[in-house]
Design a protein around this ligand. Sequence first.
Ligand code: NAP
Length: 262
Amino acid sequence: MTLQKRYGEYAFITGASSGIGRSFAYLLAEKGMNLILAARRIERLNEIKEEIKLKFNRDVIAIQVDLTGENFLELIINETEDKEVGLLINNAGIGSTGFFQNNDSAHDATLVKLNCLAPTILTHHFVKPMVEKKKGAIIFLGSLVAINPNPLMAIYSASKAFNHFLGNALWYELKKSNIDVLTVNPGSTDTEFKRLTVSESNHKLSDPDEVASASLSVLGKKISYTHGFKNKLSHIPKRLFSQKSAVNLIGSIALKLNKEEK
Ligand SMILES: NC(=O)c1ccc[n+]([C@@H]2O[C@H](COP(=O)([O-])OP(=O)(O)OC[C@H]3O[C@@H](n4cnc5c(N)ncnc54)[C@H](OP(=O)(O)O)[C@@H]3O)[C@@H](O)[C@H]2O)c1
């Protein structure tokens, strides 16, 4: 069955102007879906829109929106009212590193709005018609740092754990309505996303096209997906150690890397 038949006509992707979101856009267009792309850089979205129209002949709607802004949902509703959104990808996200007390509190507040509040608001909005139609899918973007609490990126790690927990819990709640929910936990991926640690920049980065493609291939099959064999090792501290020992271990590694960076 095609994705359009399985879920609905349009995929709505936040943060589609670059990185993993952009990769999802091309892949879904190739697989026959129409698209609604949201981000702040409208010129980028328009380029993607034109290319996708030309290559795949799909309907693409580009929405310039700041998902941390007041009333962003109203703007989105105005542009999507008559569209059947069958797949929501809560992808847009920003990072934050360093000791919590040294970080800019305004940046951290914006991060929470974008990484946590926006997916909550969008999911509330788009899930209702999915439940009525008894079909649809939602993807949340977690991260490797969603699996264990990561010192020196406390707010980012907590925001990604929020997505991981929300996605996993909704997977259960929504399966009786025939809605697939997947949480994707990528490792370091070659995008515009600010590199978070020295180790990440030394690692071989994942290809965003591969992350998007592998994620779509497990949608409807898995509850969450960690991309890449080495990245799957991140699950070990949680399984082997107490929370205190796991955080101590991860914290000491983060501290060492932070010192090396300086
Ligand atoms: N790359 C990695 O190593 C990595 C690892 C684990 C998880 N992730 C997660 O993967 C997701 C995608 O990240 P990426 O790596 O593809 O990063 P990216 O290339 O920096 O893309 C981030 C996207 O978010 C959009 N965005 C940022 N602020 C926004 C705002 N206020 N309103 C609307 N859109 C906004 C950006 O578009 P505009 O600037 O045009 O608004 C951009 O399209 C994020 O949730 C991230 O946490 C990434």
